[in-house]
Design a protein. Structure first.
Length: 158
């Protein structure tokens, strides 16, 4: 038995599909101009997007603690703070916040610095909404960074 869809419901369904189709299925967020300028000053071009949204997930590339001038501050605490500030800026650029982050992968040059990293990292999240996380030691991060963090965030339309 076939059931006809009421006309009003069909119009709403079609309007919903049209609204959803206005948002491209994949969005790329290139590095901001300051990051690109710092890379150019160093004689190279960044071979990645800062983030890519696919469906309702925003994938942030690994982020290190470079400042606006492209340099890394000294020490794990300062680099962690700058890294997390850089992540926050990318999330904001995509209309998201740390509350939307559900998974992080952390790479630390020296795992002896894990607790120092955690002290700073945890201040960026609501203690009742900490993301799932993996952390591992890495021998040699980009530009000699002491820490790198990549994140996944929920990024629904609207």
């Amino acid at each position: 038995m076939r059931t006809a869809l009421p006309a009003a419901a069909a119009v709403l369904l079609m309007a919903g599909c049209a609204a959803a189709s206005e948002r491209p299925p994949v969005e790329h967020y290139p590095p901001d101009e300051a990051v690109q300028a710092a890379a150019r000053a160093g004689g190279f071009r960044l071979p990645f997007s800062s983030a890519v949204r696919v469906g309702d997930v925003l994938y942030l590339s690994g982020v290190i603690g470079t400042g606006g001038d492209g340099t890394l501050p000294p020490g794990i605490e300062a680099q962690t703070r700058q890294t997390m500030d850089n992540i926050g800026a990318m999330l904001k650029r995509a209309g998201r916040s740390f509350d939307d982050v559900f998974k992080c992968t952390v790479m630390i040059d020296d795992m002896k610095e894990w607790q120092a990293f955690n002290r700073i990292y945890m201040t960026y999240f609501n203690p009742d909404r900490l993301p799932a996380r993996s952390a591992f030691g890495a021998d040699g991060l980009a530009l000699g960074a002491l820490v790198e963090v990549e994140c996944l965030a929920h990024a629904p339309a609207g």
